[in-house]
Design a protein around this ligand. Structure first.
Ligand code: HPA
Length: 281
């Protein structure tokens, strides 16, 4: 038996999610390592475990809850992925982007992606928040590889402005309104699961990267393909290898993400309400 096409798989997933909450989400959010708290703040919250959603892959990484949270933030309908799967878990790129394609299919007019990242820019410190202005894809993978699904988007999507200009401005406004400092920079995605060597971090810096991580880029590509505008924010959880005097570990990444939890929830909440206003017809 052949497996159903990506479009058909999405239809099946949408039907299950809609049965749990019928309202159409306006804004999609993806919460990275240790950053899941925003999902729990939604009003009228319906939590759908990924395992209940057909074709949705489930993450085994500590700190990734694995729920689709449906509800309202400041009166705005939101669909929020609490946790994501990564390429380094061995999932095919197409599976890694299934969740964000689902957000798009559910009707989200914009998606905010978040992640934990290592700081490369000399001015960055653990706990800083960085608005992603552009990316460098060094994962060696692309979720659009293979026959193009014309039902989803075009063969050769433009990536000149992968991170939507208006939604970036919304993020700056949101940070100002919350009294938070929001740095800006280029995110470089590696495949992982190893952290980088100091030589790789020096290379990343020479290439123009300000932060490094193992997620987000496949999702941005899939959403651009579907013409969904995207914004993305990194929580700088550590200084990248070689910049940091101490070895890296995932526990530290989680601890710093936990420490910035309150600031992060405020920033995401404010971004959601401002973005919904910006997108209102
Ligand atoms: N490198 C790659 N991914 C990461 C890092 C890092 O230093 N910190 C959090 N995610």
């Amino acid at each position: 038996m052949t497996s159903p096409s990506p479009s058909h798989q999405l239809d099946e997933a949408v039907a299950v999610v809609r049965a749990r909450r019928a309202a159409t989400p306006v804004i999609g959010v993806v919460l990275g390592s240790g950053l899941g708290a925003f999902g729990d703040t939604l009003a009228d919250l319906v939590r759908v475990p990924y395992a209940d959603i057909p074709h949705m892959p489930v993450s085994r990484v500590v700190g990734h809850a694995g729920n689709l949270c449906l509800g309202q933030a400041g009166g705005v309908e939101v669909a929020c992925m609490q946790g994501r799967v990564h390429l380094y878990e061995g999932h095919e790129p197409e599976r890694v982007v299934f969740g964000v394609r689902l957000l798009a299919r559910l009707g989200c007019k914009a998606v905010l992606l978040t992640n934990a990242a290592g700081g490369i820019h000399p001015g960055f410190s653990p706990g800083d928040l960085m608005l992603i202005v552009d990316h460098i894809n060094l994962t060696g993978r692309n979720p659009l590889l293979g026959a193009n699904d014309d039902a989803l988007g075009p063969r050769f999507p433009d990536m000149t402005e992968a991170y939507d200009r208006r939604l970036r401005e919304v993020a700056r406004h949101a940070a100002r309104a919350e009294g938070l400092t929001l740095l800006e920079g280029v995110y470089l995605a590696n495949l992982g699961p190893t952290y980088e060597t100091p030589a790789e971090v020096r290379m990343a810096r020479a290439l123009g990267a300000d932060a490094v991580g193992m997620s987000t880029v496949p999702e941005v590509i899939a959403l651009r393909h579907m013409r969904v505008p995207v914004a993305a924010i990194s929580c700088i959880t550590n200084l990248a290898a070689g910049i940091s005097p101490t070895p890296l570990d995932h526990g530290e990444v989680e601890q710093v993400a936990n420490r910035t939890r309150q600031d992060f929830v405020r920033l995401v909440s404010r971004w959601v309400s401002l973005a919904a206003k910006e997108l209102a017809p």
